[in-house]
Ligand binder design. Sequence first.
Ligand code: PLP
Length: 373
Amino acid sequence: MVTPPTPKPLAKPLAKPWIADIHAYVPGKAHASDGRELVKLSANENPLGSSAAAIAALAQARKPSDYPDPDSHALRSALGELFDIDPARIVCGTGSGELLGLAAQAYAGPGDEILYSRYSFSLYEIAAKRCSASPVVAPDNDFGTDVDQLLRLVSDQTRIVFVANPNNPTGSYLPAAEIARLHAGLPQDVLLVIDHAYAEYLTDEEDDGGLALAAAHENVLVTRTFSKIYGLAGERIGWATGAPDIVANLNRIRGPFNVTNHGQAAALAAVGDQQFVQASRDHNAAELARFTEFVEGLGNYGLRPIPSKANFLLILFEGDVTAEMALNALADAGYATRWLPGQDLPQGLRITIGTAAQMDDVMAALRKLVEGA
Ligand SMILES: *Cc1c(COP(=O)(O)O)cnc(C)c1O
């Protein structure tokens, strides 16, 4: 009898191929290539900072030696009251990013497909690959989400559709009728995840109906975050709502103490300070309109703003002045912005709406660049 040769042991642990294939998330930069610290208009943070009530709550939060409330009870109750949702239908996360990943992990695996639009949030690809599902990318419609293209690509393997509304990095948005049409066109066993990271920047009239869909259907999950309009990105707090069954599944696999003492306290206080949210929304609306109009005025130089409903503007550079030149000119002026070659948008520069003074600087630097080119 011939004994088969014993396989040679590997010299080191081997990551799963679908993990090794992941390009790690690229965060917005805060430094120039020469190391200089820049004003960050690259990560869609709130230029007004955080609610004073949230800052005060952080200072008074419980002892760091104690574990936090594992179920974020007080925060879920406050959110339930604000949005008229049964807190049993809410789960909190370490940012909404954790919840997007958990949704993928709970509902998709090897051989399954996770569908989303081209030019949408870069975390969706990571969420899909992390659980060994295949990402399927639907063509966009002039940089916006195209419902027909998404529906066309639904297959028997599709388990999840991710839609960010408003979308990052484009700022584009689908109105309620389009979100409803997308949901109506999906098989009932496909989970529609509506990522509302920027939903608070919409007016009441622009509500996309996502929360109502999540309340009424078994296959809709809405994710929200305290990182954007609430100005608490550093505390890592998000939440999601959907059918009790979906929430139960996310609770099974989330980190057991996923939201810190400080995070829960700050978010609770922030929910109670809707004046800050309103002030942030008003500021953004005014400065976004002013900046968009300015960029429209540079159309002769090949600059094109994608109409945005979020707290940033994506500018396409379609002439002699390139997005990379603008990235560098703004860095010289002291500002970090987000150039997007890694997201298939080498012609795109995403700029977070800052304070009025910061936007004045940005506009002056862009004008100087195009007029000098
Ligand atoms: C910023 C952002 C998030 C929020 O991530 P957190 O983990 O909550 O900080 C989620 N989705 C989109 C589209 C975003 O741009």
